[in-house]
Design a protein around this ligand. Structure first.
Ligand SMILES: *[C@@H]1O[C@H](CO)[C@@H](O)[C@H](O)[C@H]1NC(C)=O
Ligand SMILES: *[C@@H]1O[C@H](CO)[C@@H](O)[C@H](O)[C@H]1NC(C)=O
Ligand SMILES: *[C@@H]1O[C@H](CO)[C@@H](O)[C@H](O)[C@H]1NC(C)=O
Ligand SMILES: *[C@@H]1O[C@H](CO)[C@@H](O)[C@H](O)[C@H]1NC(C)=O
Ligand SMILES: [Ca+2]
Ligand SMILES: [Ca+2]
Length: 633
């Protein structure tokens, strides 16, 4: 079985196996195994570590006598033992022995380390944040630097100008760890909410490797909450917010329990969970959360944040045009906000996947110069300008949501999604290949199959969040089911329809849509050649599955797979829904449709009635008007 887990960042780097040959020379890390003469509490161990200039990373395998110390004054790897440091530890009356840990290489898939160059030269003084890397943070303020398009950015300065900077909001970075000693992160680090599930201790410090493979989480953390005006690196989107590190990617195999523990960790201390990983983006995987993880997510949205619901932000995937993020059960989930990326001139990135479950977009790398990526914090107190991939996009969204929650702490997980739909902008985003156009849905909301409802606008989201009134209760209606074996035509399309009342007159009636799912069972001689389109009663056509040319499955097909679309947001669901199933194939294929169940999720009451309309051209005004017309029918 191929490994399920890959990092979204990988695709940006050369994905070829580069075997680093190991010369056999010994390498010593700055980690020490310290065995004590008696049991020690965590606090006692911390004090011993501090006394000798070390940091206690916590117990080894929950032991009370063995602890893991790190000395950050030492290089993370060197060819000589540090005899003086070992001696110093051994001189402590409580210490039985101290063993400096050997460092060894574990070669992962061709991660190509990028040089951290010193770009900070000749920068004019700024009235913007004074941080030296701020001018490289075009995703925060795009002035057209690096060949970008001016004003194509997250519009964060408009949010900051409203006095909103993310205070008292915590975002957890579920990743390979966070360098919480980094001078740009340490004051915004929420240690209480952090944990290391890869090695079971409270210290999610990244494991050192020569190629800095485990820099991913630290880079994501800086995008959310790097400090302002401190002369270090740049600024986070929500620079007064807090970061929790949840280290959970750094072990050979992922397990359901590690995922579940991570996504359910401290749900009342953590507001937002940001994930830049998922099932392998090889364009042939169909996989999603397993049982325990699914329970953790559902519990998070229903009970987290003392009942308001945790926000799960997901990178939509780096599988490029050969993959479809609706085959990724995390990105396609209604309970996550799935974020795609655009580059600095408005095109999609070449590694972007597309799918109808993407809600909105943020930014990844520059167009002309791939070195003009996302400027953020890097391992060991450094800064980088080359963070990239939808990996880099998701934490920007987490930062914007932290601003929205600071503006209004009462927002529920659904309020965040509504605000995203209403305030994201088309701006100048476009499909580099001209396949996917901006389209208006039945209530006047513009969407794009690549970008969802557009690029996040922090200023607009914060302004609307301040006057927001929480949306009415959500209901789930099974709109209908088609359950019969039908042969798929090798040419042309199979059309199926469901004429639904959307549970009219029942307790679960849905009149104003949020998410729609088509739960589908089918098989085919080549699964990757199947395409699926769902058309709503108001005429909005969502491509819920695109061709995936690498997917040659001829056995499993899809078994009750919940394809999701956000494109019909705000629409009225009553009427006839059409599912089109077709092959997009070079050679004739066969297959069978087996089942389609239509799940409608949304409110019975119109959502935005109590909100004042300040701008008659806003999406809010447009949707409210459409709802008023509809309610009179
Ligand atoms: C900060 O957040 C915590 C936990 O979310 C909450 O209990 C506390 O009341 C908040 N403090 C302020 C000053 O808003
Ligand atoms: C996971 O859930 C499915 C469906 O509810 C069930 O059939 C299966 O036994 C569960 N697996 C485990 C390991 O609990
Ligand atoms: C859908 O069903 C309703 C009644 O439930 C009916 O009035 C309407 O004509 C039907 N529409 C179609 C296209 O069959
Ligand atoms: C699909 O399912 C049908 C009916 O269960 C079966 O006859 C067929 O062999 C399966 N595989 C393909 C590729 O059609
Ligand atoms: Ca800074
Ligand atoms: Ca994918």
């Amino acid at each position: 079985m191929p490994p399920r887990w890959s990092w979204r960042l990988l695709i940006f780097f050369v994905v070829s196996l580069s075997i680093v040959s190991w010369t056999g020379a010994d390498l010593f890390s700055n980690s020490f195994l310290v065995k004590f003469k008696r049991d020690l509490s965590l606090d006692e161990a911390h004090r011993v570590a501090k006394r000798h200039g070390f940091v206690n990373m916590g117990p080894v395998l929950r032991s009370k006598t063995e602890y893991h110390f790190v000395n950050h004054a030492l290089p993370p790897a060197r060819s000589k033992r540090s005899i003086t440091h070992t001696r110093k530890l051994k001189s402590d009356p409580l210490v039985h022995t101290a063993i400096q840990q050997a460092g060894f290489l574990r070669v992962k898939r061709g991660y190509k380390p990028l040089k951290v160059e010193n770009l900070v030269k000749n920068i004019q003084p700024h009235k913007d944040p004074s941080d030296p890397y701020f001018p490289y943070q075009w995703y925060l303020k795009n002035t057209g630097q690096n060949g970008g398009k001016a004003k194509l950015d997250l519009n964060v300065e408009a949010a900051w100008a409203q006095g909103v900077t993310g205070k008292n909001i915590t975002t957890a970075i579920m990743d390979d760890g966070v360098d919480y000693m980094h001078p740009d992160l340490k004051y915004n680090y929420n240690a209480l909410a952090s944990y290391d599930f890869s090695s079971n201790d409270p210290y999610p410090y990244p494991r050192y490797t020569d190629d800095w493979f485990n820099s991913h989480g630290t880079r994501c953390a800086g995008e959310v909450a790097a400090a302002r005006d401190n002369g270090v690196c740049g600024v986070g989107v929500a620079y007064d917010s807090k970061i929790a590190g949840i280290r959970m990617l750094d072990q050979p195999y992922m397990t359901d329990l590690i995922e579940a523990n991570s996504m359910g960790h401290e749900p009342n201390l953590i507001d937002i969970y940001s994930a830049s990983w998922g099932p392998t983006d090889d364009g042939k995987t169909v996989d999603g959360p397993r049982n325990a993880t699914m329970r953790a997510i559902v519990k998070g949205v229903n009970e987290g944040r003392n009942g308001l619901g945790n926000i799960y932000v997901w990178a939509s995937g780096d599988g490029g045009e050969n993959d479809d993020c609706n085959c990724d059960g995390y990105a396609a989930s209604m309970w996550t906000v799935s974020i795609n990326s655009a580059i600095n001139d408005g095109q999609n990135a070449h590694y972007d996947e597309s799918c109808s479950s993407t809600l909105a977009s943020t930014f990844s790398n520059g167009a002309k110069d791939p070195m003009t990526g996302v400027a953020t914090t890097d391992l060991y107190g450094k800064c980088t300008t080359t963070h990239s991939g939808t990996s880099a996009a998701a934490p920007e969204a987490a930062g914007v949501f932290a601003l929205a929650l600071d503006a209004n702490t009462k927002l529920s997980w659904r309020d965040i999604q509504h605000l995203t739909v209403l305030t994201s902008k088309r701006n100048s985003l476009f499909d580099a290949k001209g396949r996917f156009h901006w389209t208006m849905n039945g209530v006047g909301l513009e969407f794009n199959h690549l970008f969802g409802f557009g690029v996040l606008d922090a200023g607009a989201m914060v302004a609307l969040a301040k006057q927001w009134q929480t949306v009415p209760p959500r209901y789930h209606c099974e709109g209908g089911i088609v359950s019969e074996l039908k042969r798929l035509p090798s040419e042309g399309s199979l059309f199926l329809t469901i004429n639904t009342t959307a549970c009219k007159g029942e307790s679960s009636e849905v009149r104003y849509l949020e998410h729609v799912q088509a739960v589908i069972t089918l098989n085919a001689s080549r699964r990757g050649d199947v395409e699926l389109f769902l058309t709503s009663p108001m005429g909005t056509r969502s491509m819920i599955l695109s061709r995936r040319q690498n997917d040659d499955d001829n056995r499993d097909g899809f078994s009750k797979w919940p394809f999701m679309t956000t494109h019909t947001w705000g629409e009225y669901p009553q009427g006839t829904w059409t599912l089109e199933v077709k092959f997009n194939s070079e050679t004739p294929q066969t297959g069978f449709f087996k089942e389609w169940s239509l799940m409608l999720h949304g409110t019975k009451e119109p959502p935005y009635t109590g909100l004042p309309v300040l701008d008659p051209h806003s999406k809010l005004a447009i949707v409210k008007k459409a709802h008023e017309v509809r309610s009179k029918m």
